[in-house]
Design a binder for this molecule. Structure first.
Ligand SMILES: [Zn+2]
Length: 494
């Protein structure tokens, strides 16, 4: 049994949750659920980044106090727990006292690398990032296509340049593994281009009084990224140095996995490890980087009015089909498109006709006998192969490939039923019992593989199979089969 800390990035709360973060939350949730299924001890942390200048601007636009805006929006992110069935263990808001105290403690631990300097630079508020002239696209922010502001002030700086060599070696030796590999090359190229010290505070005026004050200097507010990155430790009781922190961060045996989007790679692969080195804390093991989600082929944006809210999708299609679609259809590390037409097709083909049919067809046969004595396993080879492919895929965060392995087993089970023709066999006789046992075992196994992806569906199927989350039910015994209902009813869509 190993210990794991799994985190998502913490999104800004200047807008509602969108399906892009929904993807990240679901990906992280599958890893968490899968590792729990493997009986690992998992701590799954998510939260919200609330000290950004963007929130101040959004609150001004909405004419509400900043605190009111962040409270209301943070609640919507917290609710992803039910909206997308996200099994997080804790939710850290960067306006909470435990975070504020933790971020200050972290700052103090980095004191040897913090100094004051007058700085003039090009700042994109959207990114909360200073850009070099050479990084701009025709004078505009490459992410936001807006003109960055010229900012000049005396700030605190973090001596990132001191970690250039160490960071280079860390990636050369894969001490932090970045998935996919090409994102590692991106990080390596950035390190080779030269790491410059970066500003980690701003004047209280420019911050509009919002954010975490620099320890012992009330005129300066911490740079939002410096405070936000520390959420990975403040969310596990870093401020108090509590047991969760000891267990899931300090203990070198714990595997730490950060799940992020490609837009924040530099912060997680360069700034954060450098901050940890400075503070004398251990590094994460893995950074998994997903792509962006477009809506019907277009970039989602407020101005286009095409932002997809996960709760609207789950309301229409259900939670599990939405999770399934995101994980099966959006390539884990590439940009992918959210299309209602393809969601409808996946729902009908893979869920209603694929999974739904197999389950109802198998259980209807077994119900003839009322119960199944589990023993004979004609599909054992297929089941083992499927588990092998599934586990290998999940180790590599290939969620779509893992699902393919489950669907391959489904196809094999379907063909087995066709070949055995159990409807021509007699319940009570060996032939029928062997067929029923083999089908039961295949279903129980593929249902367990489905569990991290579609937890509700899997719990329903396990009840129909006559067991409730008992460990390794396929080792033998009698199971009372329940009459199955419709798993994924085909609905007429407008
Ligand atoms: Zn930007």
């Amino acid at each position: 049994m190993s210990k794991l800390l799994i985190t998502t990035a913490i999104p800004y709360v200047n807008a509602d949750p969108h399906i892009g973060f929904g993807l990240e939350a679901v990906q992280a949730d599958v890893v968490a659920r899968y590792r729990r299924l493997m009986e690992d001890e998992v701590y799954f942390l998510t939260g919200t980044d609330e000290n950004s200048l963007k929130n101040v601007q959004a609150a001004k636009l909405a004419r509400v106090p900043v605190k009111e805006l962040v409270d209301a929006n943070a609640e919507k992110f917290k609710k992803l727990k039910t909206v997308l069935d996200i099994s997080y263990d804790d939710f850290i808001r960067t306006t909470e006292v435990r975070h504020v105290e933790g971020a200050k403690k972290f700052w103090r631990m980095c004191a040897k690398d913090i100094f004051r300097k007058v700085y003039r630079g090009l700042y994109c508020v959207g990114c909360e990032l200073f850009y070099k002239e050479s990084e701009l696209a025709e004078g505009l922010c490459p992410e936001h296509h807006t003109k960055p502001e010229t900012v000049e002030e005396e700030n605190y700086f973090f001596r990132l340049s001191a970690y250039q060599k160490q960071l280079g070696a860390i990636y050369a030796e894969d001490r932090i593994r970045i998935v996919p590999e090409r994102r590692k090359h991106e990080v390596e190229r950035f390190i080779e281009s030269g790491l410059e010290d970066f500003s980690i505070s701003r004047s209280i005026t420019r911050a509009d009084g919002w954010g975490i004050p620099v320890p012992d200097d009330n005129h300066q507010i911490m740079y939002v990224w410096f405070d936000a990155l520390t959420n990975y430790v403040t969310g596990i009781d870093f401020a108090q140095g509590g047991r969760t922190f000891e267990k899931f961060w300090r203990d070198e045996d714990t595997k730490i996995i950060h799940m992020i989007g490609k837009g924040v790679l530099r912060f997680h692969a360069i700034y954060w490890p450098a901050m940890l080195l400075s503070a004398g804390l251990r590094l994460p093991n893995t950074v998994f980087v997903h792509g962006y989600v477009t809506a019907e082929g277009e970039k989602m944006s407020k101005s286009l009015g095409n932002v997809i809210d996960p709760k609207d999708v789950t309301k229409e299609w259900g939670i599990d089909p939405t999770r399934y679609f995101l994980l099966r259809e959006i390539p884990p590390c590439e940009d992918g498109d959210f299309s209602m037409e393809r969601l409808a097709r996946r729902y009908a083909d893979d869920l209603a006709h694929g999974l739904g049919n197999l389950v109802s067809r198998s259980l209807t046969l077994m119900i003839k006998a009322g119960q199944v004595t589990v023993g004979k396993d004609d599909l054992k080879k297929d089941v083992l192969l499927s588990w092998k492919d599934y586990s290998a895929a999940l180790t590599e965060f290939k969620f779509n490939t893992a699902l393919e392995a489950v669907w391959n087993l489904m196809g094999r089970a379907d063909r087995y039923i066709n070949a055995q023709k159990p409807w021509q066999q007699t319940p009570g006789e060996k032939e029928f019992e062997d067929t029923a046992s083999s089908i039961w075992l295949a279903l129980a196994n593929l249902n367990e593989m489905l569990q991290p992806f579609m937890p509700h569906t899997a719990s329903v199927i396990s009840q129909w199979l006559g067991y409730k989350n008992s460990s390794s039910p396929w080792q033998g015994g009698k199971f009372m089969i329940q009459k199955p209902g419709k798993l994924f009813p085909l609905l007429l869509r407008k």
